[in-house]
Design a protein around this ligand. Structure first.
Ligand SMILES: [Zn+2]
Length: 379
């Protein structure tokens, strides 16, 4: 059984769980998200709007359906690389402060609409920088958009800066500049670094020195690792002492490494729809998260790229329930584990967790009340 405060457990047991009530639970329970890429969050409508505003010839005259066809990966593809190719379509639209401010704000607005209260947003400023538009200017624009999201929607946030592999896409010098920017802004909007891009094309080990420097400078570390089968990234990530592990689906074939992840209590950033569409798992019901959770792993559930995959966080919780049999109590436990996994000072995490528990209590009372015929229906 998951570790839940007893009073929440008791409240969960009082609810008569119908599919509709489970859906209400996942949509309305307070949530956080810590694995979401800004550049993977653009809806087709946003892509089209930016293309028209910027008079961007390759896209501006397309219909919404044509944009969707190019930017949304609806069916599984044979490899991660073939999903990453989609991102190239939207990058040219994100090389201005205005566009980055807008998409960061829209990500916060979308989080608010799903009762997601805190988002760690990641992006690679090296991919958005252009002549006359520095990595720093890109970061400032994103932070401004997130600040507007905080003011207008009450969504708290922080930024994880992504280093990008392979070298052909972003040079080591540009990645180094990203790291220096992250160190300079540590505690002022930036909390961690990540390594993203095609795992099969360049190993995490090639970036080990940058990760060590980030660690010495006080940044938290996460890395996409074990998303593609084979390769040594999981070992490297553990050697580097990452604070969270991105995807890690290959742990299913590496029991000795999973044991180490469990022993060190390293949260695993789980992205079900993404793993299906990139071919990391053959079916959601075969995803190892069921076994990981039973074994005591800490889970941080995310969407990865809600624009590219057309998914949302509540939908990912529903997949846990429908495809992998997570019970309402387990769904609530995962939501709380998400808070524990955030790159926030311990005191802030504990405060958020207590707030979430109080709010969950009220939501569960309401859901339990719905089952009682004496009470009038509530929504
Ligand atoms: Zn990712």
């Amino acid at each position: 059984m998951p570790v839940l405060p007893a009073e929440l457990g008791a409240r969960i047991e009082r609810v008569d769980w119908t599919p509709a009530r489970i859906e209400t639970l996942v949509r309305r329970m307070p949530k956080v998200e810590s694995h979401v890429h800004l550049d993977g969050s653009l809806s087709p409508a946003t892509v089209l709007r930016l293309a028209r505003e910027q008079r961007y010839a390759p896209l501006e005259s397309l219909t919404l359906d044509e944009i969707r066809h190019r930017t949304v990966v609806e069916q599984p593809r044979p490899s991660l690389a073939e999903v990453l190719a989609v991102f190239g379509t939207v990058y040219p639209l994100l090389r201005s402060a205005e566009a980055l401010e807008t998409v960061a704000f829209e990500l916060a607005a979308s989080a608010a609409s799903q009762d997601t209260r805190y988002v760690e947003v990641r992006f690679a400023p090296a991919l958005q920088a252009a002549p006359g538009f520095s990595q720093e200017a890109a970061l400032d624009a994103v932070l401004e958009g997130l600040a507007r999201g905080r003011r207008e929607h009450g969504v708290e946030s922080a930024v994880i800066l992504c280093l990008i592999r392979p070298d052909a896409l972003v040079s080591m010098a540009a990645n180094r500049a990203t790291l220096e920017l992250a160190l300079d802004r540590r505690g002022r909007g930036v909390v961690a670094i990540d390594l993203a891009g095609d795992e099969a094309a360049a190993p995490l080990a090639a970036y080990a020195e940058l990760f060590r420097r980030a660690r010495r400078g006080g940044l938290a570390l996460t890395a996409h690792a074990g998303e593609a089968p084979g390769g040594g990234d999981l070992e490297t990530a553990l050697e580097l002492g990452v604070d969270r592990l991105g995807h890690g689906t290959d742990l299913a074939r590496r029991p000795e490494l999973l044991a180490e992840v469990l022993r060190r209590r390293i949260p695993i950033e789980v992205n079900l729809t993404s793993n299906l569409r990139t071919g990391a798992v053959a079916a959601v019901r075969e995803h190892p998260v069921r076994d990981w959770f039973r074994a005591g792993a800490r889970i941080a559930l995310g969407t990865d790229d809600p624009g590219v995959f057309g998914n949302d966080l509540a939908g990912e919780y529903l997949l846990l329930h429908r495809e992998l049999g997570f019970t309402p109590a387990e769904l609530v436990a995962v939501a709380l584990q998400g808070v524990d996994a955030l790159f926030l000072p311990r005191g802030a995490r504990r405060r958020m967790r207590r707030e979430f528990e109080r709010e969950l209590g009220r939501l569960l009372d309401e859901l339990g009340g719905e089952a009682a015929p004496a009470l009038s229906p509530t929504r």
